[in-house]
Design a protein around this ligand. Structure first.
Ligand code: AMP
Ligand code: MG
Length: 299
């Protein structure tokens, strides 16, 4: 909720550390999108994250760690396939959903009561330094209001969360610009719960890959309408449709991961009623873009 607090934006990430240690929440840059971080070991910080974002209570958070040692310290189960993927893709845009194990200290609220926890090592020097300085795994969903396009600059975070959080660390525009690939392991196969910049093609070098296409996805967050600008998103294939020349209509003819969400926000500010977006080929990172565009269109 907006509790009227002053929201500071600064490039000085050392200011995040005492706040996080005191159970506060802070927006931090990652290479995917900005994250709203709090101690993954502190139930009250987790509650603050859900409240500030208006996040549905059944949409679990990704826990950000400094390396595979921290995953082991948390008691999470690491199948051999997960170790191989960690070696190949961490730090980077791969999130792995792992069984909790017997003595995991992460409160149930982080993963909404599931018997798994999602973990990732972000490839961002600021974020990694903050994890190391706090000596704490940090839960961090995207730092937007739920349902809004994910934030790829500190200003996007401020637009959504001013008055709701004390601090935003400005690390510039995110280099990747789209949320991480989320995978889990199923009888030795890699199941993609959410496509991202680490593609099915890249993962298939390590084992059989299956996409999550079921009616009740195992990744609860993928159920919700997401990433939406205020304007109506209309998808098209082939040539730009004539209707796109109408008043207050905008076109994204060559969508890419780095600018998609920023353009949604920019066109909203320009008073867009409709945004026409060309659907990309679904190969490589195109699969992730396609997924976000369809969700933004409510399809
Ligand atoms: P966000 O951090 O906002 O990009 O969303 C995190 C994504 O990871 C959502 O789609 C969640 O549903 C998914 N996720 C987080 N934890 C788990 C988990 N334990 N099992 C399955 N999916 C998860
Ligand atoms: Mg999100």
């Amino acid at each position: 909720m907006d509790n009227g607090q002053l929201t500071v934006i600064t490039a000085d990430h050392t200011l995040a550390v005492p706040l996080l240690r005191a159970g506060e929440i802070v927006a931090l840059p990652t290479e995917t999108v900005y994250g709203l971080s709090g101690s993954a070991l502190d139930e009250s910080a987790i509650g603050k994250i859900f409240a500030a974002k208006n996040r549905p209570q059944d949409n679990p958070l990704i826990v950000h760690v400094s390396g595979i040692e921290m995953v082991r310290d948390l008691g999470l189960e690491l199948p051999p396939l997960a170790e191989k993927l960690a070696e190949a893709f961490w730090p980077g845009t791969l999130t792995m959903v792992l069984p909790r194990g017997a003595n995991c200290p992460i409160p149930a609220g982080v993963s909404c009561g599931l018997d798994t926890v999602a973990v990732r090592v972000p490839n961002n020097a600021i974020f990694l330094e903050v994890i190391n300085d706090t000596m704490c795994p940090l839960a961090a969903p995207s730092a937007n209001l739920s349902g809004r396009p994910s934030p790829t600059t500190a200003r996007h975070v401020y637009e959504d969360l001013q008055g709701r959080i004390p601090l935003i660390i400005d690390g510039g525009a995110c280099s990747c610009g789209i949320e991480s690939t989320v995978v889990m392991f199923d009888a030795g196969r890699i199941q993609i719960l959410r496509p991202g910049a680490i593609t099915a093609e890249m993962l298939s070098a390590f084992g059989e890959v299956v996409a999550n296409t079921g009616e009740s996805p195992r990744s609860p967050g993928t159920r919700y309408k997401h990433y939406s600008p205020k304007a109506r998103v209309v998808v098209y294939e082939g040539d730009i449709p004539p209707k796109a020349a109408g008043e207050s209509c905008f076109v994204i003819a060559n969508p890419d991961t780095q600018t998609l969400f920023a353009k949604f926000r920019e066109f909203d500010e320009s008073g867009a009623k409709e945004i026409y977006v060309k659907l990309p080929e679904q190969s490589g990172v195109g699969a992730a873009l396609y997924n976000r565009i369809m969700k933004a269109a409510g399809l």
